[in-house]
Design a protein around this ligand. Structure first.
Ligand SMILES: CC(C)(COP(=O)(O)OP(=O)(O)OC[C@H]1O[C@@H](n2cnc3c(N)ncnc32)[C@H](O)[C@@H]1OP(=O)(O)O)[C@@H](O)C(=O)NCCC(=O)NCCS
Length: 185
């Protein structure tokens, strides 16, 4: 598995590209809403300083190859509706973890499903990963529904694994395997 700088990923209505500083005002709208960050491991952003700190950390993680943070951009307007990422790469087992956030105004329009289908195709077809993982607070109904719609299997429940904005919470562990052709006998 070779992790190289990702290309722009196009889907029907969206494009996914690495986040840019110019996305921060739109991403502030997304992440300053406590309804969005309810199940996330960081509090809602209060000021643009929080956005800038997040962006600097994102750049560092990108430079070290620790994570790719994509803006989910609506093609029609160029607006960042949210983000999705690949992180916790394990090259020897060819797996990574994924996550996503959409602004509340953009929920229930199929954007997260569409973006994640594009990201999954990139992860399997271009990065040649063979397994993707996601960890979700089981109370996060919309996220569990999304990940299951994408074909991930719920593989277990890790008790009180995370601290999010609701306190300590369980983590439902999900996995998706790339569908590989059967190994020849
Ligand atoms: C998790 C999250 C991204 C899910 O977003 P979502 O909008 O529910 O997911 P989708 O984009 O796939 O949209 C699915 C909905 O759009 C509807 N839809 C409308 N047009 C559609 C289209 N063209 N294609 C597919 N679905 C469409 C679906 O019927 C479905 O409706 P429902 O919400 O009534 O079930 C969103 O709730 C979120 O950002 N939450 C806060 C952050 C968070 O918790 N992240 C996850 C941490 S683990």
């Amino acid at each position: 598995m070779q992790i190289t700088t990702p290309p722009i990923i196009h889907t029907e209505r969206l494009l996914l590209r690495l986040v840019r500083r110019e996305d921060l005002p739109a991403l502030f709208d997304v992440n300053s809403n406590p309804a969005v960050t309810q199940f996330l491991p960081y509090p809602a952003w209060q000021t643009m300083d929080d956005a800038n700190v997040w962006y600097e950390r994102t750049l560092t993680r990108q430079e070290t190859g620790a994570a790719w943070q994509f803006a989910i951009v609506l093609q029609q307007t160029g607006l960042a509706l949210g983000t999705c990422l690949l992180f916790n790469f394990d090259p020897s087992s060819r797996r990574a973890e994924t996550g996503y956030v959409l602004g509340q105004a953009h929920w229930s329009k199929g954007y997260a499903s569409e973006a994640m289908r594009g990201l999954i195709a990139y992860a399997f077809d271009t990065l040649d990963l063979r397994r993707l993982e996601a960890q979700i607070n089981p109370n996060n109904v919309a996220s569990c529904a999304l990940i299951e719609r994408l074909g991930f299997a719920r593989e277990g429940l890790l008790r009180e694994r995370f601290f999010d904005n609701g306190g300590f919470c369980d983590s439902a562990f999900y996995g998706l395997l790339r569908e590989l052709p059967p190994t020849p006998m």
